[in-house]
Design a protein around this ligand. Structure first.
Ligand code: M6R
Length: 606
């Protein structure tokens, strides 16, 4: 959601900013702009639409600068327009901003009393006006004063007209990461824009101010003390953030799953047979005294939680609930130190999930997060972190992060079950061996790609469809449905198959596609009855089974047989089929797979 890049150093800033914005495109945006120092002051170039539009605009100008800031805006306050796009300038101040200034209206009213009025409809311009009104030549003191008045989540990069080649940055809630290299100092809203310069970086701590000059980055806290931020290191490089020969990031990321699963699972297996999370700082002691698990997350990450619930309850026999983070945070939930709260997030910055985590911390629950982005807010604020080693996920539709989240939940559930003596070591070893075999099964599922492409072509003209399943297959139906609708723009719903008769069946008419997941033996015959119900009403059925099961061919139009796994592990292979189905349906419909309309990769505002 909105992208930030700032650079000061020894390179042509135009190239650094435009490349940085291109790398950040995946986050979702509808306008883009840059501002940079030139001999005669700060210049701004911005445009609505894509970064390529900005590149075209920049091409026609001669820029001679080595310091500037760039932004991709995802409209929140004020529509998509040239005036509302960032950077915003007021007086001495030019800035870019991610997040929302919640008290912008009060600030705007106060500024109006000083005879100052914005030209845009954005909260960002109000922040520029506020900072300019406080500016007395001392940037850091001015920013400190501004922080006292600003409410909401924000990340800012600020240029002061009388301080050439210096960038000031601060954040509260919204992420900012920075690095130093021999070429200069760089700051960005996420690592994909920094990786070109360094694999070593730091997360700007909240409510701290970073001053970037060509050769240095100085971070100070609000008391004025200079602090040394903790340096982090990413294992992946530029190639991981490129398409690498695939038509889209989503397809590349789908294909990366055998490897991301291996990287996530293998280092956590001791002697080839038992889970071991001690290297992650998760000792068995944390499970002692836990009598309830609460999982909270958003979107696909929450769907990973739905699988987690089935698994944890089965293995532990303690109650597990899954809560949508945006609901949970306002529900005054009941929890205490005997509750383990698991938050799941790819980005580690999702505002609602972060708020749910903070609430859980306040209520003294034990908090553990499953996160992909190292050093992200959710990771830092949780008592314990289990990182998914999925590498950067660029496509808005989450794929490899989801299956990596599942694998972490499985590892966690097994470790927890062992710690509670809910399973024996031999039982656990058998689960672990099945978990390890999931990577090969996922590889084999990918070989169904051509067949899934062909099946998807029959969904090209569809406007509504349904996913149905029971138990784990219901959790996967939810995931299949979100994947399909977010990128193909087909309206779809996930239904617990047993619920069909309680409403949805009225929507099943001739030709309506129903994707029926039937991978779970204990409810298999029930599922087949449900499929017959929709079939009798003319549904076009795409059936997914765990292994080559002989089914009456009159009940389906298309049958996808997954490589056979124990039922409990079928979510991994089912997920891959549903991802490919969403991908190819979108391709057949001709939409932008990686950057669906209105959506952002990382949702850092409520
Ligand atoms: O970064 P997070 O995992 O916290 O993101 C949560 C959701 O926004 C995300 O999973 C979203 O639903 C995906 N676009 C779905 O593919």
């Amino acid at each position: 959601m909105c992208g930030i890049i700032g650079f000061t150093g020894y390179l042509d800033v135009k190239n650094v900013l435009l490349e940085g914005l291109e790398a950040l495109e995946y986050r979702g945006y509808d306008s883009a702009g840059i501002a940079f120092f030139e001999q005669d002051g700060i210049k701004t170039i911005k445009t609505t639409g894509k970064v390529t539009n900005l590149c075209d605009k920049v091409e026609g100008t001669s820029i001679n600068s080595t310091c500037g800031i760039g932004h991709t805006r995802w409209a929140k306050h004020g529509g998509v327009s040239y005036t509302n796009s960032h950077p915003h300038t007021f007086g001495n101040v030019t800035l870019i901003h991610n997040g929302i200034i919640e008290n912008y209206h009060e600030l705007e009213t106060a500024l109006a009393h000083q005879g100052k009025y914005p030209v845009s409809q954005t909260d960002t311009e109000i922040a520029a006006m506020l900072i300019d009104s406080l500016y007395d030549g001392d940037a850091i003191e001015t920013i400190k004063k501004a922080i006292k008045q600003l409410e909401g989540a924000y990340a800012f990069c600020i240029l002061f007209a009388d301080q050439p080649d210096v960038i000031y940055c601060l954040r509260n809630g919204s992420p900012l990461v920075a690095c130093k290299s021999k070429e200069g100092s760089v700051i960005a809203s996420d690592m994909v824009a920094l990786i070109k310069y360094s694999k070593e970086y730091f997360v700007l701590p909240e409510l701290h101010i970073a001053k970037l000059t060509k050769d240095n980055i100085v971070v100070s806290n609000l008391e004025g003390a200079i602090i040394k931020p903790q340096m982090l290191f990413v294992k992946w490089d530029m190639t991981a953030a490129r398409k690498g020969g695939y038509a889209h990031f989503m397809l590349k990321e789908i294909h990366e799953q055998p490897s991301s699963l291996r990287s996530t699972i293998m280092p956590r297996i001791r002697n080839g047979s038992l889970p071991d999370l001690t290297a992650d700082g998760i000792p068995n002691e944390i499970f002692h005294g836990i009598n309830r698990v609460l999982i909270t997350a958003c979107g696909t990450a929450m769907h990973a939680g739905l699988v987690g619930r089935v698994l944890l309850e089965k293995l532990l026999r303690i109650p597990v609930t899954v809560e949508i983070a945006s609901e949970f945070r306002y529900q005054d939930p009941i929890m205490d130190e005997s509750t383990l709260v698991i938050t799941i997030s790819q980005s580690g910055e999702t505002a609602d999930t972060l708020a749910a985590l903070r609430l859980s911390n306040e209520k003294h629950a034990k908090t553990l997060s499953i996160v992909n982005v190292k050093g992200s807010s959710i990771a830092r604020e949780s008592n314990y972190v289990l990182y998914t080693h999925a590498g950067p996920e660029i496509a808005v539709a989450s794929t490899k992060a989801y299956t990596a989240q599942l694998s972490c939940i499985y590892l966690l559930a097994l470790q927890f079950a062992l710690a509670k003596n809910a399973i024996t070591e031999p039982e656990c070893a058998s689960f672990v061996s099945q978990l390890q075999s999931v990577t090969t099964a996922v590889e084999n599922t990918l070989s169904l790609e051509k067949a899934i492409d062909e099946i998807s072509s029959h969904l090209k003209e569809t406007e509504d469809l349904f996913f149905i399943g029971r138990g784990l297959d219901y959790a996967l139906s939810c995931e299949g449905s979100i994947k399909l609708k977010e990128i193909s723009y087909i309206h779809s719903e996930a239904y617990a198959a047993g619920e069909l008769k309680h409403g949805t069946l009225s929507l099943i008419t001739e030709g309506v596609p129903v994707i029926a997941l039937a991978t779970q033996t204990n409810v298999y015959s029930k599922m087949i009855s449900n499929i017959r119900e929709v079939r009798a009403r003319g549904a076009m059925v795409i059936l997914v089974t765990n292994g080559e099961i002989a089914v009456d061919s009159s009940i389906y139009d298309y049958h996808i047989a997954l490589p056979e796994l124990d039922d409990l592990f079928a979510p991994f292979t089912t997920a891959v089929v549903l991802q490919l189905l969403a991908y190819y349906t979108t391709i057949h419909r001709g939409y932008n797979v990686d950057q669906p309309r209105n959506l952002a990769k990382s949702v850092t505002v409520e």
